[in-house]
Design a protein around this ligand. Sequence first.
Ligand code: SAM
Length: 284
Amino acid sequence: MAEDSPELLRAAANKKLGQHFLFDPDILKRAALASGPVEGRDVLEVGPGPGGLTRALLDNGARKLVCVEMDDRFADALQTWPEATQGRLSVERGDAMQISLASLMERYDLTAPIKIIANLPYNVGTPLFINWVLQSEQIGEMALMFQKEVAQRICAKPGSKHYGRLAVIAQAVTRPRMAFTLPPGAFKPPPKVASAVVVTERLPTSEAYPHLEALQTVTAAAFGQRRKMLRASLKPIMSETVSAEELLNSAGIDPTRRAETLSQAEFRKLTSEWLKVQPSSSKA
Ligand code: SAM
């Protein structure tokens, strides 16, 4: 990181790219190992920046590390690292939102289940996370730094003010937990809000919910009008033949309840019942 490329310490942080850097070796080691050992594992890091976390991942024994970085100043510097020359570190230039996980895994010959470990740019953290959740068969664990509020939304339980679509979708295939939080002053330059590292572990196949596309449709309707009773909020996704009330009754859920009170198990049941009443071509 800084030692490898001191000029980068002076490089102006690009706000549009969510650049808030970490330089404290203890924090970086904590983030690198938050999801357990990286020794012998293949790892994807999005947004290595000046490379503090990258260095911690390499020093702690990651087998192969692929970094996706949009800022050429950092990509150029990382490419000069000895590990890059030796082939243990690969740098992919570009927008992580546009690069599929499958293509990265194939091109760099990564072995599943990989780990994804990153201090994510705030502006694209949530959509990147959702994409990874939807492809979770390839991913063993993730340790991701988000704005604290996003981290709370991922880990939230029913009834809490943070509970919503993100929690239901994340918890359908992973077990998320908040590993630690950091104040703005831990970063250079400091962001406006606190941050937190979320660690997710993939659920065993027998416990993961397979119909994620349908779950996204049902949760979008249910939480789209959060304050409404489910019998009203689900109306837009119902056909003429089955009413929202009938669907809820078949799932054993009181139609006057609101989305924020439904457990993960109830959302799964509701989604599976909803799928049963869809025309076969649209079943996910
Ligand atoms: N990992 C470094 C650290 O902890 O010090 C930097 C983290 S900084 C919060 C986010 C990094 O993501 C920046 O280096 C930024 O250039 C990069 N970045 C922002 N948007 C990106 C995108 N869409 N795809 C890939 N990298 C991106």
